[in-house]
Design a protein around this ligand. Structure first.
Ligand code: AMP
Length: 367
């Protein structure tokens, strides 16, 4: 049985069906045969969430989401990062063996630096110019609207970019502490996180070499292969940045509105339709049983079945698919104390693990 760990940042973003299929359910399957843990990375979230009430609410929402999907009795240890007081201490110790040159290579830092440089060169005039051109083309001449749109474009590009603070530079070291603290074997990551795991291994190697020890296990990444990309309601990849997503916990009204607005071609009721190029069908085949998928496919290929029909079937399929998660959430919303209990239980187990590891670390470094 391997130790598997993943972290989720409570930034307040809603989890959507793409996240569920591409990340959460694969982790759940992996967790069934292993010793798995998920930490809600509230220390990491401090970089972008600068309001106490928001951070608490986002953290609770993340816990509620995971317990609704995994079940409150899940054997997965779900815990808050900030409930592990030794993590910042281990982070500090790892800072002392982490080469500056290694940190300079981090893509995330380079990207942030680049963004900052662009900001410093003040590209605002260009944004204004581009937006005026765009508005002119679209026949918009109202100065107030152009100003608002320009402001929006600026915020989209730079509004969320924090000042280049030290967290952006240092966070791979905190991530290394999160992983190395519990002798983690495997970390499931998206392709964009691969480099950070390499850095975790480099930091572990640097520590082991400096102190002529092998106390830090080198973790492996796990990248889920053959994850198909789920389309959003506009046909592009479902993503929070495109605002085209269906949330796992969207209420009935929102779900209906989103499903009914899925983009299709303009074929009419009596036209024969191609299921393979249809966004509605792409979602149907992902969430329906094989039998139902085949029966709907057959309806696409004969006259008398419109996209409206397909959307209503999809609505029914999704409602059914999501029902267990919604029911679990409704129960947990009434009993937040159950969530708190489980978070505490998760933290207790993980604290035991890091305490044992830190005894070894302290011994090795002479503290
Ligand atoms: P994000 O929140 O966009 O960083 O996504 C987190 C993870 O969710 C990704 O690494 C993917 O594994 C998964 N994911 C996100 N969007 C989709 C999608 N449209 N289809 C499949 N998987 C997705």
């Amino acid at each position: 049985m391997k130790k598997i760990l993943t972290g989720v940042k409570p930034t307040g973003d809603q989890m959507h069906l793409g996240n569920l299929l591409g990340a959460v359910l694969p982790f759940k399957r992996l967790a069934e045969k292993n010793d798995a843990a998920i930490f809600i990375a509230d220390l990491h979230a401090l970089t972008s969430v600068k309001n106490a009430a928001d951070l608490k609410r986002n953290t609770h929402e993340m816990a509620l989401t995971y317990f609704s999907i995994f079940g409150i009795d899940t054997p997965v240890h779900i815990f808050r990062q900030s409930d592990i007081p030794l993590i910042p201490k281990l982070n500090w110790i790892l800072n002392n063996v982490t080469p500056y040159s290694l940190m300079l290579r981090a893509h995330s830092f380079k990207d942030a630096l680049q963004k900052q440089k662009i900001l410093e060169k003040s590209l605002f005039p260009k944004i204004v110019f581009d937006m005026e051109k765009k508005c002119l083309k679209a026949g918009i001449s109202d100065k107030a609207i152009i100003f608002e749109k320009t402001q929006e474009a600026y915020d989209n590009l730079y509004g969320n970019a924090p000042n280049l603070n030290m967290w952006i530079f240092n966070y791979p070291i905190l991530m290394a502490a999160d992983i190395l603290a519990y002798d983690t074997d495997i970390v499931p990551v998206g392709a964009d996180q691969k480099q950070h795991l390499e850095m975790t291994r480099d930091i572990a190697k640097a520590f082991n070499k400096t102190y002529k020890t092998d106390i830090f296990k080198l973790p492996s990444e796990y990248i889920e292969k053959d994850v198909s990309i789920l389309p959003g309601i506009d046909g592009r990849k479902m993503s929070k940045s495109y605002d085209n997503f269906i949330g796992i916990f969207d209420d009935d009204k929102t779900l209906k509105k989103k499903v009914m607005s899925i983009v299709t071609d303009s074929k009419g009721f009596d036209d024969i339709k191609d299921p393979e190029t249809c966004n509605v069908f792409a979602l149907i085949k992902t969430f329906a049983t094989p039998d139902r998928t085949e029966s709907i496919r057959a309806k696409y290929l004969v006259p008398g079945y419109g996209y409206g029909h397909a959307k209503l079937e999809l609505l029914e399929i999704l409602t059914e698919y999501l029902r267990p998660y919604h029911d679990a959430r409704a129960m947990l919303e009434k009993h937040p104390e159950l969530i708190e209990q489980k978070l505490q239980e998760g933290a207790r187990i993980m604290n035991e693990r890091i305490e044992a590891k830190m005894e070894e670390v302290k011994e090795v470094v002479g503290l």
